[in-house]
Design a protein around this ligand. Sequence first.
Ligand SMILES: *Cc1c(COP(=O)(O)O)cnc(C)c1O
Length: 447
Amino acid sequence: MSLDQYLSKQPQLAQVLNYEPIFWINDHYHGVDQANQVSQYSVADVKDAEDRLARFAPFIADRFPDTQANNGLIESYISKTDQFKAYLEDKYDTQIKGDYYLKRDDDLPIAGTIKARGAIYEVLKHAEDMALEAGLLTGYDDDYRKFASDDFQNFFKDYEIVVGTTGNLGISSGVMGAALGFSVTIHMSEEAKQWKKDFLRSHGIQVVEHKTNFTEAVNQGRAASDADPKSYFVDDEHSVNLFLGYTVAGSRLKQQLDEAGIVVDADHPLFVFNPCGIGGSPGGICFGLKQIFGDHVHCFFAQPTHMPSMLLGVMTEKYAGISVTDAGLDAKTNMDGLAVPRTSGFVAELMHNYFNGGITITEEDQKELLTAMIDTENIPLEPAALAGTPGPAMLFATEAGQAYLDKYDLRDKMDQATHIAWATGGSMVPADEMQAFYDEGKDLVAK
Ligand SMILES: *Cc1c(COP(=O)(O)O)cnc(C)c1O
C-alpha cells in the first residue's frame, strides 16, 4: 500500500506527515486478554526477569551503594507535580482531571536513565548464562556476590560486550558490563552527546564514533561484534531480553502506588505516557503494566513530531518496514534518546495489540516544557524525558483525547484518575548542558 492509501484508513497520518502534534487512538487494541492470547510472551517471562534481578540484587547492592536503600533493586520513585500540572492546564487551556505524577527514572541508580532497566538486565542475563555454562555458578541458588570476585572478573575479562546507541544504552550496559569485568565497546551515532562519550571513556569503555544515524551505528556495531565469537552484541532493535528487563517496572509501580494509597481499578483509571525511541522501554513497561492492571491501565507512547517511528510503524502496520525518512520526514530532533528513525519490528508488532495509543510532541513544546519543569518543580530532565509530559493535557484538550474518554466510557471517572508521565532521564546531564537546555526554552515559557 502507498502512503496515500494509508491516508484514507488513518486520516491523522496527514498531520503526522506535516509535523503536527497528535493524540492517536490505537483501534487495534481489543483488551489485554485478547492481546495475551496471541502474544509469544507471558507473565511467566516477566516473573523470570524479576527472579533474575532478585538473584543479582546482593551483588548490585555491594557494587553500587546508591542501590542499597532498595536492597540492590534498580528502581525510582514517583513525584506528584501539581505546579507543572497547573502549567500544562494553562498552556493547553484545559483542566486535567485526576492526579499528575512523574515516574522518576531520571534519577534511577547506576545510570540515571530508563535504559538502566533493560540494558542492565540484558548484561546480567548474559553474564549469568556464561557463568552457569562455565560452571562458575553452581545454580540459581548460588551466592551471586561471587560476580565481584577475582575468579569471575578474570573470566569475563576475555569477553566483550558491544553496543550500538544514541548514548544512553551505552552508559547503562557499559557501566554494568565493566562492573562484571567485561571489555566493553560502544558504537555511537551522530546524535550522541560529547559528555556521554567522555563519561564512557572515563570508565575505561571504548567508544567508536560514527557520523551516521542510529540505524547505521547499530548495524556497524552488530557487524563488528558478529565477527568475533567472544563478543556479545546488545541489540537495541531485536533484543527480547532488553524488552523483558523493562517489563518488571509493572509490579514495581504497583507496589509504589499501593504504598501511596493510590487505587487502580475500573473506577480509578491509570494513564501512563512513555517516551518512545526504538520502542523497547515503552513497550516493555506497558506489557508489564498490562499484566498487572489489565484494561484499567491506559498506555500511550510519546514521540517527537520529527521522529514518529513507532507511530508510523503501527499506523501503516509496516512496523520496522517503514522509516520516518521513507515518509519524507527530516528525522531531526533535539530529543536524542528518541532519535530512532525506524522502530523495532518485534516490539511494534507485539505492542500493536497492547498500546492504547500514542502522542507526538513538537521540538518547541519539548524545549518549553523542559524549562517549565525546572521553573515549576525544580526537576531537570533531559529533552527526551519531556516527550510524555503533555499527554494528560492532550487527553483533555484534543478531539481525539475526548473521543478516547468516550470510547472507554471514562468521563465520569476522571476525577479519580491517576496520570503518570515517565521521566526517562536527566540526572546525569552535566550542569552546563542543562543550563543551555534551560536557556533555550526560556523565551518559550509563557510569562
Ligand atoms: C532510549 C530512551 C527512551 C526510549 O526508549 P526506547 O526503548 O528506545 O523506546 C526514552 N528516554 C530516554 C532518555 C532514552 O534514553
